[in-house]
Design a protein around this ligand. Structure first.
Ligand SMILES: [Zn+2]
Length: 208
């Protein structure tokens, strides 16, 4: 898939594998859509079969820490430990090594960026949120996502929010009917040629 040629959009699901991931994976499969899951090590341990299925069905798995601490508050050793434990567990469970880091709460500073570089990972945030965790309402999630969807956008969602998973069949169909191809983040960002430690999109106040 070449996102310089087609209108791509990346749906990303944080904090999982969530309770409802299985149903979400069924929906994505049915509509031939790919997504990116930023997983927490603690839930990979709890729901290994979901993580395995994500990788098997061609979705991308990113690292979202082991227990979701704010990296800004941690010593470097603790940040490394959060990332490493999760990398190892995802590899052991799903047979893939995550290539992208999304720190909890999207909180990153120079230290976090330097450590991401040690792991050879860029940091990927999002261009817009579905606000699903705040509204927990199917109609609102759909409305908000459609409002912020744009070509090459990265949308933040959560597979532990039941309403997100429930509204996904109709949301995916609507996005596809508007011409979007739903792809993984790595497919979306291929032409950006991100380097380890880079942050995308760059938060306000950061310079390249
Ligand atoms: Zn999170």
């Amino acid at each position: 898939m070449d996102c310089t040629q087609v209108k791509c959009l990346a749906l990303t699901f944080d904090d999982g594998p969530g309770k409802y991931a299985d149903k979400l994976l069924d929906t994505l499969k049915k509509h031939n859509a790919k997504a990116t899951f930023f997983l927490e090590g603690q839930y990979v341990k709890q729901r290994p079969s979901f993580a395995k299925r994500m990788a098997k069905e061609g979705h991308e798995i990113g690292n979202h820490s082991y227990k979701h601490p704010n990296f800004i508050d941690l010593e470097p050793g603790a940040i490394r430990n959060e990332i490493k434990k999760t990398q190892d567990l995802i590899y052991k469970t799903a047979g893939v090594t995550p290539k992208l880091l999304r720190p909890p709460y999207g909180m990153a500073d120079i230290q976090v960026s330097d450590i991401a570089a040690e792991f050879e990972m860029p940091i990927v945030l999002w261009t817009a949120g579905s606000r699903d965790w705040a509204t927990k309402n199917e109609a609102e999630i759909k409305k908000q996502t459609l409002a912020v969807a744009q070509r090459d956008g990265i949308i933040l969602m959560h597979d532990w929010v039941k309403q997100t998973v429930d509204v996904m069949p109709s949301l995916v169909q609507l996005l596809q009917s508007r011409g979007y191809t739903l792809v993984t983040v790595s497919t979306l960002l291929k032409s950006q040629n991100l380097q380890p430690g880079d942050i995308y999109p760059l938060p306000e106040g950061w310079e390249k």
